[in-house]
Structure formats: C-alpha cells, structure tokens
Write a protein of this length. Structure first.
Length: 170
C-alpha cells in the first residue's frame, strides 16, 4: 500500500504535465479502496472547459470506470486546495478523504476561504489532510506564474507580438 507522499508524488507529476501544456499546474490522483487509481491534471484551456480542473477530470475517470456516480471509500490527492466547484463535486461523489498539498488563499474551499468539506450542516463530510508535499506544489505554482508574468512583460516590450492572455485558476 502506497503512502500519502507516494500518491501525492504522482499528483505532482500530473501537475508538471499541466505546466508543460501551459495549463495551471494542478494535478490529482483519485485512489479507490482496491488501489485502482485515476490520474489527471488541469485541462480547461486545452479543452475549452472551465470545469476541467484536475479533480473533476480524475473523478470523472473513476466514476466511468466503476459505473457509478458515487465513490465511497475513495481518496483524492490534489496538489492545490480545491475550489468551491471541486469541493462540491467531492461531496456529491461521497469521497471518504481528501489529501491536498498547497493551500489556496484566493479560492480554497476546504480550509482557506470556506470549510465546505467539514460543514456539519451538509449530509456528508470528508476527512481532510492538508500540507502533504506543500512546498513542492507551491514551488511549481510560483515558478509557473513567475514564468507567465515574465513572458507577458517581454511580449509587451516587443512590437507586433501579441501578449499571452491572462489565465487564472478558479
């Protein structure tokens, strides 16, 4: 049986793939109780789909594989604290556990801005483990956005070159 750190390492690999494709570097790995797993990374730009976050893509793969919209006993590993949309999906699919790396102070819906997964008013709560390989995930995100800003600055100083459009993770 793999450890949280080993599963998160797979999610970080997915995040690196996202960065190589000019997507915000977020990766996810969903692990079923029998240890089958489904890995994905952010794809909203490539897929022209604002819902194509890493968490959503991994959950969709797992649901299709088990032919059920519920995934009881499953654990989701993700490199960035999920947003409201992803937290809602985690609840609706009845995941047992979430392990995430870096916190997201701007859109985090697990601990930072909201505590959706632990809200006792809802009919399901999810066990949460935070900060698993947080430094590695945070560094990847910081490097990605630093490079994007540098590219935009250089394009503004070169006539005839169109700037890279602003991209945000929501």
């Amino acid at each position: 049986m793999k450890t949280d750190e080993q599963w998160m390492a797979l999610a970080l690999t997915q995040a690196e793939q996202a960065a190589q494709q000019q997507e915000v570097p977020v990766g996810a790995v969903l692990v079923l109780p029998d240890e089958r797993y489904f890995a994905a990374h952010n794809q909203p730009v490539r897929n022209h789909d604002g819902s194509a976050h890493a968490e959503v893509c991994a959950i969709r793969q797992a649901c299709a594989a088990v032919e059920n919209y519920r995934l009881p006993g499953a654990t989701l590993y993700v490199t960035l604290e999920p947003c409201l949309m992803c937290a809602g999906l985690i609840l609706h699919t009845r995941l047992a556990r979430l392990v995430y790396a870096a916190t997201d102070p701007k859109t985090g819906a697990v601990d930072s801005l909201y505590q959706v997964l632990s809200d006792e008013r809802l009919n399901h709560q999810v066990a949460v483990t935070a900060d698993c390989q947080a430094a590695a995930a945070s560094d990847l995100l910081k490097d990605f956005f630093r490079q994007r800003r540098a590219l935009r600055r250089s394009q503004r100083t070169q006539p005839g070159i169109q700037a890279v459009p602003e991209q945000r993770r929501t």
